[in-house]
Design a protein around this ligand. Structure first.
Ligand code: 13P
Length: 261
């Protein structure tokens, strides 16, 4: 969807599930069969492993459920001798409409650099995918009082280069704040922590892309989101949705999060 089609202040509530390296094609199909219809007005996205994407795409289509699919990572080139990699164009052909970029596991475990995140966002735009840029600080960075510096660096890498800045004003982009210390640890950011970080991100997006545009970008929170804490996080004004890892693997808990007030 182009940004012109979206009204000012008209931000989607997005409930996204990042399956990481879980659920092969058969489990993906079983998940869709067990998933209740999401409530009206909620945009549901699932990010399965790349090999699960085509089967999941087929089951979502036959179920008629309004679920969008995405890829968890991509290579910035269109094609080439890059063993083991998947391009944005290939992901789109397999049924993806979105792409996670810069997930902390990519940054930390696979050494993804700031430059690479910028190139991947450009590749997503080129293929017509909506990038979901993940940003967030480690526990060490947070305890050193470097939250804002880290978020700045991660946002600047993508939204400062002139071409990407222009594209990010014209095409849809989502941002996910995922504090690394809250991922898979059971330790969730408090609503106050999320409020502080999301407000900072929106203000910085305003400086980089213009305030009117920044107001239209959905910013998701991720990190140990569960049915029991989703409502209080979603109640934070600048939290427009959640990016769920572990609790998105079970259709019942994912549906319960999607149905949060
Ligand atoms: P958990 O919900 O398992 O903490 O994972 C969060 C995450 O990394 C989503 O991308």
């Amino acid at each position: 969807m182009s940004e012109e089609q979206r009204g000012d202040g008209d931000r989607d509530r997005v409930i996204a599930g990042n399956w990481k390296m879980h659920h092969g094609p058969a489990q993906g199909q079983a998940f869709v069969e067990a998933l209740p219809e999401p409530p009206e007005g909620v945009r549901v996205l699932l990010f399965p492993p790349a090999v699960t994407l085509p089967a999941l795409h087929a089951s979502v289509r036959s179920s008629g459920l309004p679920i969008g699919l995405g890829i968890q990572n991509l290579h910035h080139e269109v094609s080439g001798a890059f063993t083991g990699e998947v391009s944005a164009e290939q992901a789109a052909e397999a049924g993806a409409e979105c792409a996670l970029v810069g997930h902390s596991e990519r940054r930390q475990l696979f050494g993804e650099t700031l430059d690479e995140t910028a190139r991947k966002v450009g590749a997503a735009y080129r293929a017509g995918l909506t990038p979901v840029l993940c940003v967030g600080e480690t526990l060490a960075e947070r305890s050193q009082g470097r939250l804002e510096e880290v978020l700045d660096r991660q946002l600047d890498a993508v939204f400062s280069p002139p071409t990407l800045r222009e594209q990010s004003r014209e095409l849809e982009v989502l941002v996910a704040y995922e504090p690394v210390w809250a991922i898979g640890t059971g330790q969730t950011a408090t609503p106050d922590d999320a409020d502080e970080a999301h407000r900072f991100i929106r203000a910085r997006l305003g400086e980089l892309l213009g305030e009117a545009h920044a107001r239209r970008i959905s910013i998701l929170y991720g990190g140990s989101v569960k049915p029991a804490n989703a409502s209080e996080l979603l109640a934070v004004p600048d939290v427009d949705g959640v990016l769920v890892g572990g609790a998105s693997l079970d259709p019942r808990s994912f549906a319960a999060i999607a149905a949060s007030e």
